[in-house]
Design a protein around this ligand. Structure first.
Ligand SMILES: [Zn+2]
Ligand SMILES: [Zn+2]
Length: 155
Protein backbone atom coordinates (compact mmCIF):
# COMPACT_ATOMS: atom_id res chain seq x y z
CA UNK A 1 0.00 0.00 0.00
CA UNK A 2 1.46 3.33 -0.93
CA UNK A 3 0.11 6.61 0.32
CA UNK A 4 -0.42 9.42 -2.12
CA UNK A 5 0.70 12.77 -0.91
CA UNK A 6 -1.41 15.35 -2.72
CA UNK A 7 -2.09 18.80 -1.49
CA UNK A 8 -2.41 22.43 -2.34
CA UNK A 9 -3.38 25.90 -1.27
CA UNK A 10 -6.69 26.93 0.21
CA UNK A 11 -8.20 28.26 -3.07
CA UNK A 12 -6.96 25.14 -4.94
CA UNK A 13 -5.22 27.11 -7.71
CA UNK A 14 -1.92 25.57 -6.58
CA UNK A 15 -1.96 21.78 -6.44
CA UNK A 16 0.97 19.43 -5.97
CA UNK A 17 1.88 15.80 -5.42
CA UNK A 18 4.84 14.43 -3.52
CA UNK A 19 6.12 11.48 -5.52
CA UNK A 20 7.46 9.69 -2.43
CA UNK A 21 7.47 9.89 1.33
CA UNK A 22 9.62 12.76 2.64
CA UNK A 23 13.06 12.27 4.16
CA UNK A 24 11.99 13.53 7.58
CA UNK A 25 9.21 15.56 9.17
CA UNK A 26 9.87 18.47 11.53
CA UNK A 27 7.43 20.02 13.94
CA UNK A 28 8.98 23.40 14.71
CA UNK A 29 7.89 25.40 17.73
CA UNK A 30 10.24 28.35 17.14
CA UNK A 31 9.02 31.91 17.46
CA UNK A 32 9.60 32.62 13.75
CA UNK A 33 7.39 29.70 12.70
CA UNK A 34 4.74 30.71 15.22
CA UNK A 35 4.81 34.27 13.94
CA UNK A 36 4.85 33.37 10.24
CA UNK A 37 1.98 30.92 10.52
CA UNK A 38 0.00 32.70 13.22
CA UNK A 39 -0.18 29.36 14.99
CA UNK A 40 1.50 27.25 17.66
CA UNK A 41 3.97 25.45 15.37
CA UNK A 42 4.63 24.49 11.79
CA UNK A 43 4.93 20.96 10.40
CA UNK A 44 7.45 20.67 7.56
CA UNK A 45 8.03 17.57 5.42
CA UNK A 46 11.59 17.71 4.11
CA UNK A 47 11.77 16.37 0.57
CA UNK A 48 13.81 16.67 -2.61
CA UNK A 49 12.59 19.51 -4.85
CA UNK A 50 12.44 17.03 -7.72
CA UNK A 51 9.92 14.93 -5.82
CA UNK A 52 7.38 17.76 -5.74
CA UNK A 53 5.26 17.49 -8.84
CA UNK A 54 3.32 20.68 -9.55
CA UNK A 55 -0.15 19.70 -10.79
CA UNK A 56 -1.64 23.19 -11.07
CA UNK A 57 -0.66 26.80 -10.54
CA UNK A 58 2.71 28.31 -9.83
CA UNK A 59 3.68 29.40 -6.31
CA UNK A 60 5.30 32.81 -5.87
CA UNK A 61 8.28 33.47 -3.63
CA UNK A 62 8.28 35.78 -0.65
CA UNK A 63 11.69 36.12 0.96
CA UNK A 64 12.06 36.62 4.70
CA UNK A 65 15.06 36.18 6.96
CA UNK A 66 15.56 32.87 8.75
CA UNK A 67 16.68 32.54 12.34
CA UNK A 68 20.24 32.01 11.15
CA UNK A 69 20.13 35.19 9.08
CA UNK A 70 20.05 33.32 5.79
CA UNK A 71 17.25 33.92 3.29
CA UNK A 72 14.09 31.90 3.76
CA UNK A 73 12.04 31.73 0.55
CA UNK A 74 8.38 31.02 1.20
CA UNK A 75 6.43 29.67 -1.79
CA UNK A 76 2.86 30.96 -1.76
CA UNK A 77 -0.22 30.72 -3.94
CA UNK A 78 -0.34 33.98 -5.92
CA UNK A 79 -4.07 34.31 -5.20
CA UNK A 80 -4.90 33.08 -1.70
CA UNK A 81 -1.30 33.45 -0.41
CA UNK A 82 -1.26 30.09 1.36
CA UNK A 83 2.34 29.01 1.98
CA UNK A 84 2.81 25.57 0.43
CA UNK A 85 6.55 25.09 0.98
CA UNK A 86 9.79 26.78 1.94
CA UNK A 87 13.41 26.86 0.91
CA UNK A 88 15.54 27.57 3.97
CA UNK A 89 18.93 28.97 3.03
CA UNK A 90 18.62 28.69 -0.78
CA UNK A 91 19.31 25.00 -1.12
CA UNK A 92 17.83 24.30 -4.56
CA UNK A 93 17.60 20.53 -4.10
CA UNK A 94 15.51 20.52 -0.93
CA UNK A 95 12.12 21.87 0.10
CA UNK A 96 10.15 22.03 3.36
CA UNK A 97 6.55 21.24 2.45
CA UNK A 98 3.86 22.52 4.81
CA UNK A 99 2.16 19.35 5.97
CA UNK A 100 -1.03 21.26 6.77
CA UNK A 101 -1.52 21.83 3.02
CA UNK A 102 -1.73 18.09 2.30
CA UNK A 103 -5.22 16.77 1.63
CA UNK A 104 -4.54 14.30 4.44
CA UNK A 105 -2.01 15.86 6.84
CA UNK A 106 -2.38 12.93 9.26
CA UNK A 107 -0.32 10.76 6.89
CA UNK A 108 2.86 12.60 7.90
CA UNK A 109 3.22 12.84 11.69
CA UNK A 110 6.34 14.63 12.98
CA UNK A 111 9.55 12.60 13.36
CA UNK A 112 10.98 15.22 15.72
CA UNK A 113 9.86 18.30 17.66
CA UNK A 114 12.35 21.17 17.58
CA UNK A 115 12.69 24.52 19.33
CA UNK A 116 10.50 23.28 22.15
CA UNK A 117 11.98 26.04 24.33
CA UNK A 118 9.33 28.32 22.82
CA UNK A 119 6.59 25.68 22.65
CA UNK A 120 3.30 27.08 23.88
CA UNK A 121 2.72 25.79 27.40
CA UNK A 122 -0.61 24.11 26.61
CA UNK A 123 0.83 22.04 23.74
CA UNK A 124 1.60 18.51 25.01
CA UNK A 125 4.17 16.55 23.02
CA UNK A 126 3.57 12.87 22.27
CA UNK A 127 5.69 10.32 24.09
CA UNK A 128 8.21 8.44 22.01
CA UNK A 129 8.87 11.25 19.53
CA UNK A 130 12.25 12.97 20.05
CA UNK A 131 12.05 16.59 21.18
CA UNK A 132 14.79 19.18 21.41
CA UNK A 133 15.03 22.57 23.08
CA UNK A 134 16.64 23.94 19.95
CA UNK A 135 17.96 21.71 17.17
CA UNK A 136 19.50 18.25 16.80
CA UNK A 137 22.13 16.35 14.87
CA UNK A 138 20.71 15.11 11.60
CA UNK A 139 23.17 12.20 11.51
CA UNK A 140 21.91 10.84 14.81
CA UNK A 141 18.21 10.94 14.08
CA UNK A 142 17.60 10.44 10.39
CA UNK A 143 17.34 6.92 8.95
CA UNK A 144 20.32 5.94 6.78
CA UNK A 145 18.24 5.98 3.62
CA UNK A 146 17.09 9.55 4.32
CA UNK A 147 20.65 10.69 5.03
CA UNK A 148 21.67 9.23 1.69
CA UNK A 149 18.84 11.05 -0.06
CA UNK A 150 19.81 14.28 1.69
CA UNK A 151 23.43 13.96 0.56
CA UNK A 152 22.27 13.43 -3.00
CA UNK A 153 19.82 16.35 -2.84
CA UNK A 154 22.39 18.78 -1.50
CA UNK A 155 24.95 17.66 -4.07
ZN1 LIG B 1 -4.55 29.56 -3.52
ZN1 LIG C 1 10.68 27.19 13.25
Amino acid sequence: MSATYEGGCFCRKVRYRLTSAPMFVHCCHCRNCQNQTGSAFVINAIIETGRIELLAGRPEITTVESGSGRPHDVYRCPDCRTAVWSDYGRRPGMRFVRVGTLDDPATLPPDVHIFTRSKLPWVRLPEGVPAYDVYYETDRLWPAASLERRRAALG
